[in-house]
Ligand binder design. Structure first.
Ligand SMILES: *[C@@H]1O[C@H](CO)[C@@H](O)[C@H](O)[C@H]1NC(C)=O
Ligand SMILES: *[C@@H]1O[C@H](CO)[C@@H](O)[C@H](O)[C@H]1NC(C)=O
Ligand SMILES: *[C@@H]1O[C@H](CO)[C@@H](O)[C@H](O)[C@H]1NC(C)=O
Ligand SMILES: *[C@@H]1O[C@H](CO)[C@@H](O)[C@H](O)[C@H]1NC(C)=O
Length: 404
C-alpha cells in the first residue's frame, strides 16, 4: 500500500512542479516563475461528512481486512462509538499521517447509501490530484466535484462507477480515452485498501503552462467534495453467513489526500495563513498548506494577482510555468514623487506598448503622468536632482534661495 501510494505520488509529480523544474535550467541566474511547495490540503482543515459511525449510540460493525492473496478470510467485528475516543472513527482520521500505525479511518453510519466527504478551503488553491484509500469496498458509484466560488456552484471532475452507462449514461474512459467517467476504481476487490486516484491534468504535464488561464481554470478550487452514491458488498460476504450483512454495510476511508498548493500565479514560493484561518488541531507534525502568498516579482495581493502599488507600468501577467518567464511587474517612472501608479491603456498604446503607468497623487509640488514637472507657481531648483523632495520650490523659498 505504502509503495503504491508513493508511486502514485511520484507519477503524479504535478503539473506545477514539472513546469518549475523545466525552467530551473533555463533561467538560473535571474528571476523566474515559482510556486510554493505542494502538500495535502486536507491537513489542518476540517473534513465534513454526513454521518459518522456510532454517533448516537454504540454500533456493531464488521469488516474484511486487507487480503493481498485474494483469499477470503472471516470478517472481524468490533464496536464504534463517536463518544469513546478508542472506538471513534471521525472524519479527521482521513487527514492524519498515512504512515500511522495502527491505521486510522473514518467510518460512516451503518446502511447509508449516500454520503458526502467534503473539504472547504478558506481561499483559492491549486488542486492537482486526489488519492482516496478505502477501508471498506470502494463505492459502486461516486462523483468527484469541485467549486471555485466557495460552494455556490459545483462542477463534476470525474464520475466513477462499475458501470458508467448504467449509473450516469456516460462513456467509460477504459473504452473511450478522456471520457468523463471511469470504471477503473470501482471494483469491490480489494475489499479493503482499494484506492481511487484522480489527476486534475492528464499527462504530459510539460506541454502545459500551469499558470495559463486554461490550466488555472482546471486547477483552482475553493471546495472539493466526493459524493459516495452506492455501497457494494465484498464478494467474500456470502462465505461467512454467521455475520449479519447489515453489520458490513458502511463506507470507511483510511486516507483522503488532496494534493495541491497555494495559488500564487507563479509569483511566490512561500505562503502564510490567510487572515482569520483557524487551523484544526493535528496530531501529526504534517505541514499545513497555507493560502496567502508572499509575493515576488513586484506583485501583490493574496494570490499575487495584481502589481504592487508603484509597479503598474505594464499590465499584470501570470508567470509562465513552461518557459520560466517571470512576467515581472515594472516600476512606474514617478521620479520619486509618488507612492503608487495605475496602468492606463491609452498611455500604453501611445508609447508603442512599452510604458503605461500613470503616477497617482504627485507630491512635492510636482505634476504630470510621471510627476515629471513642477506644478504651476513652483520652479525647478537645478542645484539638486529632480528626484529630491525639495526640487520644486515655491515663490517664498525661491526668494530665499535667490537671496542666498
Ligand atoms: C441519530 O439521531 C438522529 C436524531 O435523533 C437521527 O436523525 C439519526 O438518523 C440517527 N443516526 C443514526 C445513525 O442512527
Ligand atoms: C452496464 O449496464 C448496461 C445497461 O444496464 C448493460 O447493457 C451493460 O451490459 C453493462 N455493462 C457491463 C460492463 O456490465
Ligand atoms: C457467493 O459469491 C459467488 C461469487 O461472488 C457467487 O457466484 C455465488 O452465487 C454466491 N453465493 C450465494 C449463496 O450468494
Ligand atoms: C499593444 O497592446 C495591445 C493591447 O494589449 C495589443 O492589442 C496590440 O496588438 C499591441 N501592439 C503591439 C504593436 O504590440
Amino acid at each position: 500500500m505504502e509503495v503504491l501510494l508513493a508511486l502514485a505520488t511520484l507519477l503524479v509529480a504535478s503539473a506545477l512542479a514539472t513546469g518549475i523544474n523545466t525552467m530551473a535550467t533555463i533561467a538560473s541566474q535571474r528571476e523566474k516563475a515559482c510556486n510554493p511547495r505542494m502538500g495535502n490540503l486536507a491537513i489542518g482543515r476540517r473534513i465534513w461528512t454526513d454521518t459518522v459511525c456510532g454517533s448516537n449510540s454504540t454500533e456493531l460493525y464488521c469488516a474484511y481486512t486487507d487480503y493481498p492473496d485474494q483469499t477470503c478470510k472471516e470478517p472481524k467485528c468490533d464496536k464504534c462509538s463517536a463518544a469513546v475516543p478508542r472506538l471513534s472513527h471521525p472524519a479527521s482520521a482521513m487527514a492524519d499521517s498515512t504512515f500511522k500505525n495502527p491505521r486510522t479511518w473514518w467510518q460512516s453510519a451503518r446502511d447509508v447509501q449516500r454520503e458526502i466527504v467534503q473539504l472547504n478551503l478558506e481561499a483559492t488553491f491549486y488542486f492537482t490530484h486526489l488519492i482516496m484509500v478505502f477501508k471498506s469496498p470502494r463505492p459502486a458509484a461516486m462523483i468527484l466535484e469541485g467549486s471555485q466560488d466557495f460552494g455556490l456552484s459545483w462542477r463534476p471532475y470525474k464520475y466513477f462507477s462499475t458501470n458508467c452507462t448504467q449509473s450516469f449514461q456516460l462513456e467509460d474512459d477504459v473504452n473511450v480515452k478522456g471520457a468523463p467517467c471511469t470504471s477503473r476504481y470501482s471494483q469491490a476487490v480489494p475489499c479493503s485498501g482499494g484506492e481511487v486516484i484522480y489527476r486534475t491534468m492528464s499527462p504530459p504535464y510539460s506541454a502545459v503552462d500551469p499558470y495559463s488561464e486554461k490550466a488555472q481554470d482546471q486547477l483552482k478550487i475553493t471546495n472539493l467534495r466526493v459524493q459516495l452514491l452506492k455501497q457494494q458488498r465484498c464478494p467474500c460476504l456470502n462465505k461467512s453467513l454467521d455475520v449479519k450483512p447489515q453489520s458490513l454495510a458502511h463506507y470507511a476511508v483510511y486516507d483522503f489526500i488532496v494534493k495541491g498548493s497555494c495559488f500564487c500565479n507563479g509569483h511566490a514560493d512561500h505562503c502564510v495563513p490567510t487572515d482569520g484561518f483557524r487551523q484544526v488541531r493535528t496530531t501529526s507534525k504534517l505541514q499545513v498548506v497555507h493560502g496567502n502568498c508572499i509575493c515576488k516579482h513586484n506583485t501583490a495581493g493574496p494570490h499575487c494577482e495584481q502589481c504592487a502599488a508603484l509597479y503598474n507600468d505594464k499590465p499584470w501577467k501570470a508567470a509562465n510555468g513552461k518557459t520560466g518567464e517571470p512576467n515581472m511587474c515594472e516600476k512606474c517612472k514617478c521620479n520619486g514623487h509618488a507612492d503608487s501608479c495605475h496602468f492606463n491603456m491609452d498611455v500604453w498604446l501611445a508609447s508603442g506598448n512599452r510604458s503605461g503607468g500613470v503616477c497617482d497623487n504627485c507630491q512635492h509640488n510636482t505634476e504630470g503622468i510621471h510627476c515629471q514637472r513642477c506644478k504651476q507657481g513652483f520652479f525647478r531648483d537645478f542645484q539638486i536632482p529632480f528626484s529630491t523632495p525639495e526640487a520644486c520650490k515655491g515663490t517664498a523659498s525661491s526668494s530665499l534661495s535667490s537671496d542666498a
